[in-house]
Design a protein around this ligand. Structure first.
Ligand code: SAM
Length: 394
């Protein structure tokens, strides 16, 4: 697919985003990132103590007649975004205290459903020279879906892995765009609010898939399009100022997309966990029989609710093995064995046999886990067949 309605994909269009959004078909976009004007309303110029001028956002694109004007503008572009967003998609809007609360209210009034607000903590914020307020060191991102019932994309496990196996939090520490990354023309910043690529990287990686369509209605220096291209997504972006379109296009020319195999979410395709109760239901373990420790020293009886009974205490396979080992927690799968053909075999082995028989799927990365065929222990009878055997016909 190279087109979205009458517009080409992988292109930055110069023009007003509200007019351009109207050209897109409804329910056609997977992910929207919007970095709209802030409506900063700066009064006069700001100088450092050494009398050099502060590079604040004072551009024409950020000027509105009034707050009402800003709200009308926000309502119009957000309504269009709501129309073009797929039900499986989501939208991110970034802003500061100047605008994000107004944007958040309008967004909810339109029908979007907020999933999170992310605080982008700037590790190197601009200093507050006047010393009359706290240093403004963050921006807020709202992450929302089209409606409460949207089935949106979120790569939870990938985000966790990215964060050293800890669930990723809603406060992101990322420096403001600087150094090599900052696009300059004649030694001056090409765009006053170029966002760091890391920010877009997290957003696009976490909430879209390879080949998805990413839309940015306020493209500026083209950060969204650049990261989307690198991550193998399709993009479409709008920007009013021809100069910014030019620098964004120059930026995009240098981007080489990553190879598709590097962009697959292998970590998300986790093998489903088999709880101990499933082994009972399928007859791999019988209610009433004993599980043993490896050396046979300890044994516990399997109850109908999948708990083990040991010395009058009932608990899960994990709780009882932990109690025997006098530990807070323990993985019962590595502790318990069952007697089969006069040998003790690990219940973990039974679990693998169960997975191999019932959970092997053709299209998941899980298929890469191979089990030796001869290790399979067939269940004798399922839990239900045991139950039925007990019923006497009259
Ligand atoms: C906050 S900046 C976006 C910066 C961008 N995220 C980046 O990383 O470079 C907002 C941009 O929206 C553009 N803009 C403002 N009003 C617009 C409109 N009605 N239609 C399209 N672009 C607009 C401005 O020219 C400005 O470049």
């Amino acid at each position: 697919m190279t087109k979205l309605g009458t517009l080409d994909l992988n292109k930055i269009y110069q023009g007003d985003c509200i007019e351009l959004l109207k050209k897109l078909p409804e329910n056609s976009v997977d992910l929207i990132f919007a970095d709209p004007p802030y409506n900063l309303q700066l009064n006069g110029e700001l100088y450092r103590p050494n009398q050099t001028k502060v590079d604040a956002v004072n551009d024409a694109w950020d000027k509105f007649e009034s707050k009402e004007d800003y709200d009308t503008f926000t309502t119009l572009w957000l309504k269009e975004c709501h129309r073009v967003l797929k039900n499986s998609g989501s939208i991110w809007v970034i802003g500061t205290y100047h605008n994000i609360f107004r944007v958040g209210t309008i967004l909810q009034n339109i029908g979007f459903w907020i999933l999170n607000d992310i605080i982008w903590i700037k590790t190197n914020p601009m200093p507050n020279f006047k010393g009359t307020r706290f240093n403004n060191a963050h921006e807020t991102l709202i992450w929302a879906t089209k409606s409460k019932s949207s089935n949106y994309t979120f790569h939870y496990h990938s985000m966790k892995v990215m964060n050293d196996d800890l669930q990723m939090r809603s406060d992101w520490l990322i420096p403001i765009c600087q150094g090599e990354e900052r696009i300059k023309v004649n030694g001056q910043k090409a765009h006053s609010t170029q966002k760091p690529a890391e920010l877009l990287y997290r957003i696009i990686i976490s909430t879209s898939n390879h080949d998805d369509i990413v839309l940015d209605p306020f493209s500026g220096s083209g950060t969204t399009a650049a990261v989307a291209k690198r991550l193998g997504r399709k993009y479409i972006a709008f920007e009013r100022e021809p100069f910014y379109v030019k620098i964004a296009n120059e930026r995009l020319e240098k981007i080489i997309p990553l190879e598709k195999p590097l962009l697959e979410y292998k970590i998300e395709k986790r093998k489903p966990k088999v709880p101990f109760g499933c082994l009972i239901e399928k007859g791999y373990v019988k209610i009433g029989e004993n599980l043993f420790s490896r050396d046979g020293k300890y044994f516990a009886q399997v109850q109908a609710d999948a708990s083990l009974l040991f010395n009058g205490i009932a608990g899960s396979i994990h709780k009882i093995s932990a109690a025997i080992l006098k530990k807070e927690n323990h993985n019962g799968w590595s502790f318990w064995y069952i007697r089969r053909d006069n040998k003790l075999i690990s219940i973990d082995q039974l679990r693998h046999d169960y997975e191999n028989k019932f959970l092997k799927s053709k299209d998941s990365a899980y298929k890469e886990i191979q089990f030796e065929e001869n290790s399979i222990h067939e269940p004798e009878e399922s839990f239900l067949s045991y139950a039925n055997n007990g019923i006497q016909s009259v």
